[in-house]
Structure formats: structure tokens, C-alpha cells
Design a protein around this ligand. Structure first.
Ligand code: FES
Length: 177
């Protein structure tokens, strides 16, 4: 029992998290209530007044940065982000964590969805919207890019903070601000 608990805190934890969240979101998305259902699994966030939080798993435990950074470049890790929103972190080609997190919440009607690695797209199963790896719309009915958040690694913690300045993908003010 104790050994199993320890093992569960390793890299396996992240994989299981990904499987869990991905499976759960797709299953529930079909019922049209993915977002509230996911939030149910995420305990209230910690906050310091600035909206910055530590990235956590579905149990509300902080995810050690090394768990995700030890994954191969190109990995998309789905974590519990700001306000409990399922959020993708990306391991870059140089092995660092991309400073832009992408919120897994379709801008059409709010479904969540898995990253399709072979297509290199986020593909929403609800009404077929597609987004590129940065969250820009490739195909509707969604007509706004996926929300983004800042990512910063400090020590072994991953911090997320709200993105309120210009959206670098559009050069415009973010639609969610
Ligand atoms: S909710 Fe994603 S396409 Fe409709």
C-alpha cells in the first residue's frame, strides 16, 4: 500500500492525470457539461491576490515541475489551471516548459477536448472546431482563439497567472479580459 502510494507520486502520476482528464473530458463533453464536471474534481485554488496559482493535479496536489519536464518535447500535459479550468502545458523542443498555457475550453460552447498529436491540433468533438498548437482557430464554428495563461517555473513548482495584456497570436486585446 505504502509503496503504491509512493509510486503514484512519480511520473506515472502525470500520465494518469492526463489519461484521467482526457478520458473524463471527452466522456463528459458528449453530455455537454464537461466544464462544471471537471471543476467538481478541483478543490478551491490557492491565491495571493494577483490571480497567480500553482498548477495542480485533479486531486488538488501541486504538480512537481520535473514530472512534466521529464516528458518528451512536444508533450501536452493537461493540468488544473486558473479557476480550475483544464489547461494544457507544452514541453518545448529545448526541454523547457512553454511560457504560454492553453486553456482547454472550446470558445464555441465550452467543451473540453484532447490534444491530437498526430494531427497537431486541438479537435473539439462537440461540433468539430479545430485549433492549431497555439490555440488559433483553424475551423469553426468556434471563432475565437483558445484562452491563454502565463506559465512560469520556479523551483519545482509551476505557476500560472492570468494573461491580461495583448494576445501575441492576434496582436489584440484578449477577448477574455
Ligand atoms: S463546443 Fe467545440 S465546436 Fe462546439
Amino acid at each position: 500500500m505504502g509503496t503504491d502510494d509512493l509510486a503514484y507520486t512519480t511520473e506515472k502520476d502525470v500520465r494518469q492525470l492526463l489519461n484521467f482528464l482526457t478520458g473524463a473530458t471527452v466522456a463528459v463533453a458528449a453530455g455537454g457539461a464537461a466544464y462544471p464536471a471537471l471543476r467538481y474534481f478541483v478543490p478551491p485554488q490557492e491565491g495571493d491576490g494577483s490571480g497567480t496559482i500553482v498548477a495542480k493535479d485533479q486531486l488538488g496536489n501541486p504538480i512537481p515541475a520535473q514530472q512534466i519536464l521529464s516528458e518528451p518535447p512536444g508533450t501536452r500535459a493537461l493540468i488544473a489551471g486558473l479557476a480550475g479550468e483544464p489547461t494544457y502545458l507544452t514541453v518545448d523542443a529545448d526541454g523547457s516548459l512553454n511560457s504560454m498555457a492553453i486553456v482547454d475550453n472550446c470558445t464555441h460552447l465550452g467543451c473540453t477536448f484532447p490534444w491530437n498529436a498526430s494531427a497537431g491540433q486541438f479537435q473539439c468533438p462537440c461540433h468539430g472546431s479545430r485549433y492549431n498548437e497555439q490555440g488559433n482557430v483553424l475551423r469553426g464554428p468556434a471563432n475565437r482563439p483558445l484562452k491563454i495563461a502565463h506559465v512560469e517555473v520556479k523551483g519545482d513548482r509551476i505557476w500560472l497567472s492570468p494573461w491580461t495584456e495583448t494576445d501575441p497570436r492576434t496582436g489584440e486585446r484578449p477577448w477574455w479580459v
